[in-house]
Design a binder for this molecule. Structure first.
Ligand SMILES: Nc1nc2c(ncn2[C@@H]2O[C@H](COP(=O)(O)OP(=O)(O)O)[C@@H](O)[C@H]2O)c(=O)[nH]1
Ligand SMILES: [Mg+2]
Length: 383
């Protein structure tokens, strides 16, 4: 997490070619540009790059109006940056006392082709390493499991799942020497790797438990293997969840002649997952685990600022770019982590009443995660 006036959260999306990454990104962004969304939401989602925004929006409109899927891009690792800018409330001055006033989501689209195909030369090998390095600041990674491929392999899902997980594993291993200087594990590395079922609309009888059970039943050993490989990249590898969180995603309902972009599953969880899942998990790890100081600092980077906003606690700002790690006492973070259930709803309602859109949004994100679990499209690790 990085702080300036916008709190930056990165998410890395890994998936093989055709698993639904571009459609997901287009559906995510396109929906935020719809008038209904703009009216009911407390914030605007603005692409930092105008060209990216236009392209994604066009992809979305092509699906919505002409049942046209986005063109395939191969071998292109791309990062998209979105500003989550709060709408001004009637009394906007409340934000002056907040450690940040907006969020930024950076979405790293990691091309699965790289996992499937051998490198064609040193230049490309270097490009892969550079692309991978750019997503190391992500707290959360999504590993896409393609619902279409599960259907294609119905009854023998292990065929697909084992090769998918082996590809992820081998793709990571092939980058390891280049990523780790002198073989030293990294402090800054995604520590939450969720398994995400894409195209969940194709498997209407799946809830998140069924998805989890299928993975564990058919590819449990490969998940453990993947965890072992990822653990080899990070310092203090106890503070790591790989394949312990699960989510169902569908970017639209696809049929022969139409694509219904309003019928989506799980996409409204992307922002809450990027912003609030690391907050909860990192604070818990930092508290319950013995980790080296630099790892604890890394885990807690930004949590103090988030805690202050969740609790609507006033903080004194340092310089414009000052880091807020140490400005908020650990008990404030603790209190914010414990802000759940009815208390969370109350805090959210109070923030709405005073038009404090930032606190309302972040508390709302946590409520969204709870709702995702109630609807059985999200399952969070208890560790
Ligand atoms: N049923 C269904 N099909 C999808 C969904 N998302 C993508 N697809 C299909 O999968 C194809 C590949 O998706 P794309 O996003 O281009 O894959 P990428 O290579 O991972 O970027 C699309 O052209 C759609 O036909 C989804 O949510 N549901
Ligand atoms: Mg793509």
């Amino acid at each position: 997490m990085q702080l300036s006036r916008a709190l930056e959260q990165h998410i890395a999306v890994f998936g093989e070619a055709g698993s639904g990454k571009t459609v997901m990104l287009s559906s995510f962004y396109g929906a935020t540009q719809e008038p209904q969304y703009l009216q009911k939401s407390l914030f605007h989602v603005v692409a930092d790059d105008l060209g990216d925004g236009a392209r994604l929006h066009r992809n979305y409109l092509g699906m919505r109006d002409s049942a046209r899927v986005p063109v395939v891009t191969r071998f292109a690792a791309t990062s998209y940056s979105f500003k989550i800018k709060m709408k001004d409330g009637p009394k906007a001055r409340a934000t002056n006392t907040k450690p940040f006033e907006a969020l930024r989501l950076v979405w790293h689209d990691y091309p699965g082709d790289w996992f499937e195909d051998a490198v064609s030369g040193p230049e490309e090998a270097q490009r892969r390493v550079d692309a991978f390095r750019s997503l190391l600041g992500s707290d959360v990674a999504l590993l896409l499991v393609d619902g279409q491929r599960l259907l294609d392999n119905a009854g023998q899902e292990e065929r697909y799942l084992k090769s998918l997980l082996a590809n992820f594993r081998n793709g990571l291993l092939s980058l390891k020497d280049d990523l780790l200087a002198d073989g030293k594990p990294l402090v800054d590395f995604p520590r939450i790797w969720l398994m995400a079922l894409s195209k969940a609309d194709l498997l209407p009888d799946f809830d998140v438990f069924k998805f989890r059970d299928l993975l564990i039943d058919k590819a449990g050993d490969d998940l453990i293997e993947l965890r072992t490989v990822i653990a080899g990249f990070v310092e203090a590898s106890d503070a790591l969840s790989v394949g312990e969180d699960f989510v169902l995603l569908s970017s639209a309902k696809f049929s022969a002649d139409k694509i219904e972009v309003t019928k989506r599953v799980g996409l409204e969880l992307v922002l809450p997952l990027a912003a609030m899942l690391p907050f909860e998990r990192h604070a818990r790890w930092a508290q319950t685990m013995q980790v080296p100081r630099k790892v604890a600092e890394n885990l807690l980077d930004g949590t103090g600022a988030l805690a202050a906003v969740l609790l609507h606690t006033k903080v004194k700002l340092p310089g414009p770019l000052g880091r807020l790690v140490n400005l908020v006492a650990p008990n404030v973070v603790q209190a914010a982590v414990e802000l759940v259930g009815d208390k969370l709803k109350e805090t959210n309602a109070e923030a709405l009443a005073r038009h404090d859109h930032l606190t309302a949004t972040l508390t709302g994100f946590r409520m969204d995660l709870d709702k995702g679990e109630e609807q059985q499209i999200l399952l969070r690790s208890q560790r």
